[in-house]
Ligand binder design. Structure first.
Ligand SMILES: [Zn+2]
Ligand SMILES: [Zn+2]
Length: 248
């Protein structure tokens, strides 16, 4: 299986990452990618960008050095009711929003609480995927989370960085992919690169996808077209949700 879209990357705007968007795009091309999502951390994470960063993402071209840039965010799940660290008016305008738990923002809860928080994030109209859901520090009921992703038409991310920084993620990630295959839920792949050189390096992710024998059509990152189609479908859904919220 070949992966061409890395849907989880950081730039210097995250505060603890070290490359610019241009450096990321150039290196993404060298590393064999066709697309990346620019998913800098939301304001809840110390040293990350303010809301203004996300409001201004429209200045970033769709393509840099031939690489499609999906303008997005990694928003923090702040509590188990699924509150996010960015307002709807900003999230609704982004192309690719991933939501995640970080233990420097929220203290991990019970499996029931973590599961509830993750499902509520998946239910959020402007969230496209949950990021590094296999982190055992925030253990969830994998079956329930995958079924919720299917119900809301959202993605489960398999995160290559987890195998380095979130120890114990391997078994959970394998289980996530197996359940996605079982329920026909789409997986997206992110490196969580905090420096350009790591973009598109999916070693362990590829091993897990292979081991679970998930079909290519359930892996978003295998095709730019598949990723574009998902983003445009979600764009329409976000627009409808925004209109409904305004009572239009
Ligand atoms: Zn993260
Ligand atoms: Zn990240």
């Amino acid at each position: 299986m070949k992966l061409v879209a890395d849907t989880h990357t950081h730039t210097i705007s995250s505060g603890h990452a070290y490359s610019t968007i241009t450096e990321n795009a150039v290196q993404a091309r060298i590393n064999g990618m066709e697309a990346i999502a620019m998913t800098d951390h939301g304001p809840a994470l110390r040293g990350a960008s303010t809301e203004v960063h996300f409001m201004n993402l429209g200045v970033i071209p769709e393509y840099i050095d031939g690489i499609r840039i999906f303008r997005g965010a990694e928003t923090d799940i702040m509590d188990f009711s699924g509150t996010l660290d960015m307002p709807d008016k900003i999230l609704s305008r982004l192309e690719f929003v991933i939501a995640s738990f970080h233990d420097i923002v929220i203290t991990p809860g019970s499996v029931e609480e973590n599961t509830e928080g993750m499902i509520n994030a998946l239910k959020h109209p402007y969230v496209d995927a949950v990021a590094h859901p296999g982190n055992p520090v925030f253990q969830v009921d994998i079956d329930m989370v995958v079924r919720a992703a299917g119900e809301y038409g959202k993605l489960i991310e398999i995160n290559n960085g987890s195998f380095r920084v979130r120890k114990g993620s391997l078994q959970n990630c394998l289980e996530f992919v197996r359940k996605c295959k079982k329920y026909g839920v789409t997986v997206t792949c992110g490196t969580d690169a905090h420096i350009c050189y790591d973009i598109g390096k999916f070693g362990k992710v590829l091993e897990i996808l292979g081991e679970a024998q998930i079909p290519e059509e359930l892996v978003l990152s295998t095709s730019l077209k598949r990723t574009e189609d998902f983003v445009s479908r979600r764009k329409a859904a976000k627009k409808a949700a925004a209109s409904a919220a305004k009572g239009v």
